[in-house]
Design a binder for this molecule. Structure first.
Ligand code: G1P
Length: 268
């Protein structure tokens, strides 16, 4: 059973500057909820019971977003639709635990902060920059996990000029929407990329990842990259399935992508 999820939120958000100087990009609205609430709704629908939000001192406002505000509640107590929105946050708050990553040393380092908290063999990792609508991607990964009991990574075939922006998965066999991954590499040049299948931010991972992260060295961009640790696991025999998910991917990690996503979602 996959019941625990890690959501890293401590990144600097440089691709969303200048807004991310003061507003965590995950709290920006996308339709009628924030980007983060969309991710939490996806978790809930996928049966996740405990969620670890990794934040930094600079992003403590995320914690505040979930705190009760009795004064405000009393002011809007007769407005049902507003109370409903505040109640949704209260509901999430019960499942959330905040973990701190104060130095932005990379995604691998952020995930490593949760090493003592994961108590089942596999867990879900969600990157909140990546919104997937129309079909619950985490659920799709969990379905593959149940059949294969392997690690599962969401992948999407991207245009050649986008390859160097993502982690890329090489594969040996493709059966309907599942790839047998044989190589993972972070942000390669097109020339060095084993395919054009990009890793999109949904992973079901074996907790043995923590052992690999413990000895990880800085990789691309001088950060501890989770992709490097995953590739080491793969070399040591861990099976990785790539799920070519069927929902629509919205890149909310860049300003351009976010603006496009806003237009597409409208008031939904
Ligand atoms: C991260 C991962 C990368 C993945 C991407 C998906 O990169 O390191 O492998 O393809 O998310 O959005 P980042 O977006 O943090 O640069």
């Amino acid at each position: 059973m996959i019941t625990q999820a890690i959501i890293p939120l401590a990144g600097l958000g440089t691709r969303m500057l200048p807004f991310s100087k003061v507003i965590p990009k995950e709290l920006l609205p996308l339709g009628n909820v924030s980007i983060l609430e969309r991710i939490l709704l996806e978790c809930e629908d996928a049966g996740i019971k405990k969620i670890y939000l990794i934040i930094s001192k600079k992003k403590e406002i995320i914690k505040k977003y979930f705190q009760d505000d009795l004064f405000l509640e009393s002011k809007v107590k007769n407005q049902k639709s507003l109370i409903k929105k505040l109640n949704l946050l209260k509901k999430f708050k019960k499942k959330i635990k905040f973990i701190y990553q104060d130095t932005p040393k990379g995604l691998g380092d952020a995930v490593y902060k949760c090493r003592k908290l994961i108590n089942s063999q596999h867990f879900l990792l969600i990157l909140p920059d990546d919104i997937i609508i129309n079909k619950n991607c985490s659920k799709q990964l969990i379905d593959i996990y149940k059949k294969k009991i392997s690690s599962v990574i969401a992948v999407k075939n991207v245009k050649k000029n986008m390859v160097s922006r993502y982690g890329i998965a090489g594969y040996v066999k493709k059966k309907s929407n599942v790839l047998n991954i044989n190589y993972l590499v972070e942000k390669p040049s097109l020339k060095l990329a084993p395919s054009t299948f990009a890793i999109i931010g949904r992973y079901i991972l074996n907790k043995t990842i923590f052992k690999y992260l413990a000895s990880s060295k800085k990789g691309k961009l001088g950060e501890i990259q989770i992709t490097d640790a995953l590739n080491k696991m793969l070399n040591d025999g861990e099976i990785f399935s790539g799920c070519v998910f069927s929902g629509k991917y919205l890149d909310c990690g860049t300003l351009n992508g976010y603006v496009k996503s806003l237009k597409l979602i409208g008031g939904r």
